[in-house]
Ligand binder design. Sequence first.
Ligand SMILES: Cc1cc2nc3c(=O)[nH]c(=O)nc-3n(C[C@H](O)[C@H](O)[C@H](O)COP(=O)(O)OP(=O)(O)OC[C@H]3O[C@@H](n4cnc5c(N)ncnc54)[C@H](O)[C@@H]3O)c2cc1C
Length: 487
Amino acid sequence: MTASFDAIVIGAGSGGLTAAIGLARLGRKVGLVERGNVGGDCTNVGCIPSKALIHLSAHHAGSAGTEDLLERVRRLRDHLRQEETTLVSETPNLTLLPGHARFSGRRELMVTAPDGSRTRLSARDIVIATGSSPVRFPVPGAREERLLTNESLFELEEAPEHLAVVGGGAIGVEMAFAWRRLGSRVTLVEGARRILPALEPRVGELIAARLAEAGISLVTGAFARSYHEESRSLELERDGASARVPEVDKILLAVGRRPNIDLDLDATGVEATPAGIIIDSAGRTTEPHIYAVGDVTTSSASTHGANALARRTIQRIAFPWLPLGPAPVVPAAVFSDPEVAYVGPPLAELRKRYPADLIVTLNVGLNGTDRGYVMGLDDRSGFVTIHALRLSGRILSATVASPGAGEMIPLLTLALERRMRLYGVSRLVFPYPVLAEAIKKAADTFLYDTFQNLKTELTTYLRLRWRRPMAVAALDPEGSAPVRVPG
Ligand SMILES: Cc1cc2nc3c(=O)[nH]c(=O)nc-3n(C[C@H](O)[C@H](O)[C@H](O)COP(=O)(O)OP(=O)(O)OC[C@H]3O[C@@H](n4cnc5c(N)ncnc54)[C@H](O)[C@@H]3O)c2cc1C
């Protein structure tokens, strides 16, 4: 069988649904190929079940049984999946084609349906939105049922007695807190010297302290090497020596993601690296009529990142003559305890782009706000960190560790997006008393420090402003574009 469309989207996850529904609503005839469930990772095995688990474990762990809570997580997920499936089936111009897609030509795909039947599809434009899969690594000695990934974790019917989480990134940290609240003993193993290694070091320190308070064992600088069934122990390698985590029931592998590029890309001119498909800021690949959005690309690792990129792809396909504008600034959040949200690169990254003395860092603890005071917060409760350009006050990046940090970060994202300076943030009026006042306090500190030392600030700025490294000039040729990072 053969079918042709204006556009084919491969993958009905966060990015694919946005692209397919958007293009269909603009009148394009769209074929949406999906080999699994509509909703992709986010709805089925990612954001939704993990955030449902985090919420339910935080608010109901004492009052409801664990089996009941896990069942509620699945019900929430199933309901949303059903809603998304209905939305797809009711969207005019959109045809859902169940099956696995592979390229058979530059504008052609072969889709193998679950019953084995094959359909040849062709289209003027093709959007690859096939997402990513958890990186699996062998744990010699461990039976298959001991090993979990995000694809099997939410199917558990009861909490493991002792869960070893391997990987101290966002997923590992979030799940360590949630399963601990459900009653599991939890050991978190991270290969780097600190957890959340891609974030500001202060975040790793704070969250490590909070993990300890929650009774979670943390082993950093360690790698899971093998498992002994008899003693049920996980063997680790740490600094060349071996260490043992005894009586482990389940091992959650959360060490990273790899892009789903088993698509026979060789039949096209699409270039990919092991980190994903290479795209421009509109999602266009090295083959002009083929686009890629979301986790399958080198530049996104979040649902909102996939969504933002898919919107630009829709515009590029439907209105190629409309200017796209600069790529959006994409924040990120970790739903730990407390939540952490950030936008822009950490200081270590900024220092590769700017002379160290050109960057001012403002830190304000939540306990420095009146809301934090009445809430009884202390110096381990959270903070706001903002990095800005000296004198000019242009915000380069920001991190918030706080209850509801994810709700605070859009303000700072807007500030970066609109190239705001801390002078402008200082003028903003916040309702009183809120934890977000820490952001205003950071801006106020900058303002007073700058004005008190105006002469030094001015001379340092002028000296360094014109001595920025070549690498910086290449990244930011106008010297004033906001720093943009993938989510
Ligand atoms: C545990 C966990 C928690 C997360 N929490 C958050 C969070 O809180 N916030 C956030 O922003 N992000 C979160 N993420 C990340 C988020 O889930 C992903 O970034 C997002 O789902 C990526 O969307 P996507 O469209 O690129 O891919 P996906 O949502 O994975 O969709 C890809 C789809 O393509 C299909 N597919 C793949 N290959 C083919 C093929 N050849 N033919 C047909 N179909 C195919 C797949 O079946 C899948 O349905 C989390 C991820 C995990 C694992």
